[in-house]
Write a protein that binds this ligand. Structure first.
Ligand code: GTR
Length: 345
């Protein structure tokens, strides 16, 4: 066990862009100790084999049809575009309906790709709208593209609807990997849209979609910045830090998220060949930002913080950042603004 401060060669950046709304590192966390962790190079293949499953090659964008374009939404600051994209996969086509908000300015904006939980319309004025502070994102100079995550892969152990996993024969990848694959296809789509640039692209996700954002960032080096928010177990949190969700709980509740053999590590976390700080370091030298809610116990925010601490030495100065805010499991405007401030820095 090592004291965090001793271990740290370079402290991670702690969110400070909006000091009144962000807690400084809770006092008790400063005394937190790192558990014994596997060392050595980060190995994407080990993560594929053990946890997420292999992402197949292929699946290419064949068509992007503009369905609607509204100019001057958000008090004139943005254009809102809807497209239907077709992705050809070995056993058929996957169709994705995208929603883009783009600054109504001449110069191309870097894009955030982020999946939503309950549908594109809900992100504008439905149940999910509080997770999508579009006006602020536009004001920060970013475009944002979203898709309903279940259009990529149903979140169901025995899906009746067809997702991408049914369109590739003989692959063993979990739903988290399928959503990560979807984030890359979203970036393919964004790349062809006028007014958007893939340079400086951000993959961002909350909770299960934060797990997917990290796996997308690890595999797709077009993402300049990866942001996980409240991603917890199999996201940014260390398996070997006790607290919150563990492998037994997650594989019981969500067996379809991972390769089936991952459940063999239930109650045997110390036997895993990797831990999640290595997932973070696998993204270096590209940049990573981890966000936690101080009271989000199920996601083990201390475990997320310690993963950032352990990963820190693999990054250049400013390459990895962390912020914790008061409150629980949510994706808030403060989280977005902290992440975009980090990305811009
Ligand atoms: C929980 C799950 C977490 C997290 C969360 C979410 O039920 O245990 O791993 O992914 O759902 O996605 O909201």
């Amino acid at each position: 066990m090592q004291n965090v401060r001793k271990y740290l060669r370079r402290p991670p950046i702690i969110g400070a862009a909006m000091p009144n709304q962000v807690t400084s590192l809770p006092e008790a966390w400063q005394r937190a100790t790192l558990p014994d962790l596997p060392t050595g190079p980060s190995d994407i293949d080990t993560f594929s084999r053990t946890i997420y499953g292999r992402t197949p090659d292929g699946g290419h964008l064949t068509d992007v049809v503009l369905l609607s374009e509204e100019k001057g939404v958000l008090d004139g600051a943005a254009d809102r575009l809807r497209h239907r994209a077709t992705i050809a996969c070995p056993l058929g086509n996957l169709e994705l309906d995208t929603l883009i908000h783009r600054p109504a300015t001449a110069s191309p904006a870097p894009v955030v790709v982020a999946l939503n939980f309950t549908g594109n319309d809900d992100s504008i004025d439905g149940d999910e709208a509080q997770r999508w502070p579009y006006a602020k994102i536009i004001d920060a100079g970013y475009a944002v593209l979203t898709v309903d995550y279940q259009q990529i892969e149903p979140d169901d152990p025995a899906p009746t609807a067809t997702g991408v996993r049914a369109l590739f024969p003989e692959e063993t990848w979990g739903a988290v990997a399928a959503w990560a694959w979807g984030l890359s296809r979203c970036l393919d789509i964004a790349t062809g849209i006028p007014g958007l640039t893939p340079v400086g692209a951000i993959a961002l996700g909350h909770s299960r979609l934060g797990k997917a954002a990290l796996w997308a960032g690890a595999q797709d080096d077009r993402f300049a910045v990866t942001v996980s928010n409240g991603s917890g177990c199999v996201g940014a949190s260390l398996f070997r830090h006790p607290g919150g969700e563990d492998i037994a709980a997650i594989t019981k509740a969500f067996p379809h998220w991972f390769v089936p053999s991952f459940s063999a590590y239930a109650g045997a976390e110390s036997r895993l060949p990797v831990d999640q700080h290595q997932l973070l370091t696998s993204i270096a030298p590209r940049r990573v930002f981890v966000c936690s809610g101080e009271d989000d116990d199920w996601a083990d925010p201390v475990g997320e913080y310690l993963a950032v601490v352990a990963a820190g030495p693999a990054f250049e100065d400013g390459g990895i950042g962390y912020h914790v805010r008061p409150g629980g499991h949510a994706l808030t405007e403060v989280d977005w603004m902290q992440a975009l401030a980090f990305a811009r820095a």
